[in-house]
Design a protein around this ligand. Structure first.
Ligand code: PGA
Length: 218
């Protein structure tokens, strides 16, 4: 089983989201059902729309962040417990949040805790082996900043070398993210060392996400 995480970041308005769902649901999705779990991570306002529109059991929903705070008086924050029952996963610690929102390892560890409390599986993104890894997380996504959003994906051998430095436990799943697209996805997904990919830009196009999922079959 390979995991394909689609991180749509702050893209899509409602019309675009409808168009994406319509196009994706016309793909022969059953072709990948035994090989992959696809985790769609839309902007939060579209979570319910996706839930109501896509029913395949191998398609799951993730949120792109959770609050470090529990439920309470934190205007504008969304507590992890508010997502309980709506999503299965939460991306935590993405480098864009570390950079633009100044999220530190401490904040990110708190977010992992909040996700666990809400029975949501955190997918912890790390930039390298200096970023802290919460012992209880089951999914670690290695996303080298220099490879994100620029077409300059990191060669497989270097990704595997970094995996060794991360010193994961045997149970922790290891994903790679950074300029994955249909042409290079198979290389990562064919490796026994890599449990899946976390993909941004390419997944904005439904056919590309489908092709990446298909690549997991090879
Ligand atoms: P990218 O983004 O696939 O567009 O490089 C990956 C990510 O930032 O999650």
């Amino acid at each position: 089983m390979k995991y394909i995480v689609a991180n749509w970041k702050a893209h899509f308005d409602l019309k675009e989201m409808h168009n994406w769902i319509r196009a994706f649901s016309h793909m022969p999705l059953k072709k990948c059902e035994h090989h992959v779990e696809i985790i769609l991570c839309p902007p939060s306002p579209f979570i319910s729309l996706i839930n109501e529109s896509l029913y395949e059991p191998f398609i799951k929903i993730g949120v792109q962040d959770v609050s470090r705070f529990p439920q309470g008086t934190y205007t504008g924050e969304v507590a992890a417990t508010s997502y309980d029952g709506l999503v299965d996963y939460a991306i935590v610690g993405h480098s864009e949040r570390r950079e633009h929102l100044k999220e530190t390892d401490d904040i990110i560890m708190e977010k992992c805790e909040r996700a666990f409390e809400a029975s949501i599986e955190p997918i912890l993104c790390v930039r390298d082996n200096k970023d802290l890894i919460h012992k209880k997380v089951n999914f670690v996504a290695y996303e080298p900043v220099g490879a994100i959003g620029n077409g300059d994906n990191m060669p497989l051998a270097e990704v595997i070398a970094m995996k060794k430095h991360l010193k994961l436990s045997p149970d922790q799943k290891f994903l790679y993210g950074g300029s994955v697209h249909p042409e290079n996805a198979a290389e990562y997904l064919a490796s026994d060392e890599i449990d899946g990919v976390l993909v941004g830009g390419s997944t904005l196009k439904p056919d590309e996400l489908f092709d990446i999922a298909l690549a997991a079959r090879t």
